[in-house]
Structures are given as C-alpha cells and as structure tokens.
Design a protein around this ligand. Structure first.
Ligand code: ADP
Length: 262
C-alpha cells in the first residue's frame, strides 16, 4: 500500500515541475489493523462476562428467586464470571507491559534453579490434573545447570504451557515435562497426548485471541492470550520456543533456555 504526495515546484507562479513522493505505508496500515482488531477482540471478550453478570444480578435483584440453591448457583456463576474478567484484565495488562520495549529492559534476569521452579508450578496445577485424572510424568536430568531467566516470568510461562496441556488433554490423559541440557542451553519440553493442533492453525496459535476451537477454549476457561504472553516472555528473555503437534495425537512445546546471563 502506497501513500502518494504530489507537490509543485514553483517559482513566481511558474510551475517548473512536480515532486511525487511514494511512501510505503503497508507496515503502518498492518499495525493499525492489528490494533483495531485487538481493541474489537478485547471489547467482545469483556462484554460476554459483563453481560452475563448483569443478567444474573438483575434477576436476583428482582427478588423472584425463592429457592436458596438456585440463588446460590447464581452467585457462583457471578463469582466465576468475575474471576474470568480479572484473569482477562491481568493478561491484557501483562501483554501491554511486555509489548513496550522500554519495559523489557527493566525486567531483571536472574540465575534460577529450573527444577525447583518447575516443581512449584506442578504443585500449583496439581488440583487441575487430579480433576481430569491426568498422569503427569516428570523427567528432569540430574545436575541441570542454573538458567538465566526472570523468575516470575519463568513461572508464568510454565503455568501457561502446562495449563494448556491440561486443558487440551482428554480425561485420563498423559502429560510429560522434560528438561535436559547440552552446551549452554537447557531444553524444556511440555508434551501432551491431547487433541492436537491442525497444521493450518499451528502458525497462528501465538496470536492474541487466536483459538482453534472457540467453543472448547471458552469452556475450558482460557483468555486466548496465554500463548501470546508465552511468546513475549520467551522473546524478552532471549529464549526460543517451537511447537510440534498432530491432531488426535498430541502437542509438544519446546523451549530453549540460556544458562549464561548476557
Ligand atoms: P486459550 O486461553 O484459548 O487456551 P492460548 O493462547 O493459551 O489461549 O492458546 C491459543 C490456542 O492454541 C488455544 O485456544 C488452543 O486452540 C491452542 N492450543 C494451545 N495449547 C494447546 C495444546 N497443548 N493442545 C492443543 N491445542 C492447544
């Protein structure tokens, strides 16, 4: 896409020529469109729980619900929808922070013990695994070197990958977390034997609000921002991530982490 600007070269009302400037605005337009799309998506995502909360509050306010159980069920829904809103707003704030290059410079990198951090995340997600009767296998190489990564972001990245593995596994599924190292890199893989990702969607899953199956993703309670956050975290820490997947067989995310703080 080009923007054309034409100006006359004049000398005492005599036109000597024209200057035609062609400016390639494709990138600006693309960014503008992305921004518009993001705002539209955010508005839509916020509106769904707000509309639901409003509906239940109106019904409760009218006082027509006499059954205590039904009323408590309504309170439960309002509570869940509010949690969803909080999660969404937190994810949006995290993304907008990570989007700003100046902020990235302020994130301290530290030397962390990967095994210890992964164990904490597993502990946090233990309940979610139990609910779906998921078998979690942990295979961590001994004598792993420390990695250089921000501790909070490492935790968030691992939570997002592992909670996706849980969400997109079937009941009774199997998930493996593996770490090994060679040279100055530690390899972390999170593999599941869940629903998998179709080839045509795989290059888009790190986009904001991109979901393969909107219905399933919503039911599982995701914000659609988890992997966009993971990608930003990985980039901000100088690591890399790749994904391999096969529909019906499962998905593996591989993160390569630095052991040296540059
Ligand atoms: P969501 O909140 O919808 O899970 P994410 O950004 O975390 O959002 O993931 C984007 C989409 O990528 C998901 O909606 C899902 O379709 C797909 N996805 C992510 N992780 C997995 C996985 N382990 N197995 C299958 N599909 C996955």
């Amino acid at each position: 896409i080009f923007r054309v600007t034409i100006s006359k070269i004049k000398d005492q009302n005599l036109v000597h020529g024209y200057i035609i400037v062609l400016q390639d605005v494709s990138k600006i337009r693309k960014l503008e469109n992305l921004r518009k799309e993001f705002v539209a998506n955010v508005s839509h995502e916020l509106k769904t729980p707000i509309t639901s909360i409003k509906g239940f509050i109106e019904t409760l306010k009218d006082g027509g619900i006499e059954d205590d159980d039904v009323r408590n069920h309504f309170y439960e829904i309002i509570n869940m929808e509010t949690d969803r809103l909080i999660e969404l707003v937190e994810d949006i704030l995290t993304l907008s922070f990570l989007d700003n290059d100046n902020n990235l410079k302020t994130i301290p990198k530290e030397r962390i013990e990967i095994k210890k951090e992964i164990e904490k995340v597993i502990y946090m997600l233990d309940m979610a695994c139990r609910e779906k009767r998921i078998v979690l296998k942990v295979d961590m190489q001994d004598d792993l070197p420390m990695i250089c990564f921000n501790k909070d972001y490492f935790r968030q990245m691992t939570i997002n990958l592992l909670s996706n593995a849980i969400k997109y596994s079937n009941d009774g599924g199997e998930i493996t977390i593996k770490t090994c190292w060679s040279g100055d890199r530690v390899k972390l893989t999170v593999s599941d034997k869940g629903i998998g990702i179709p080839e045509k969607d795989i290059h888009r899953i790190f986009e904001r609000f991109y979901r393969v199956d909107k219905g399933r993703a919503r039911k599982e309670g995701g914000t659609g921002l988890g992997l966009a956050i993971v990608k930003h975290i990985v980039q901000s820490q100088g690591a890399s991530i790749k994904v391999d997947s096969k529909v019906g067989e499962g998905t593996t995310f591989t993160v390569l982490l630095d052991t040296t703080c540059k």
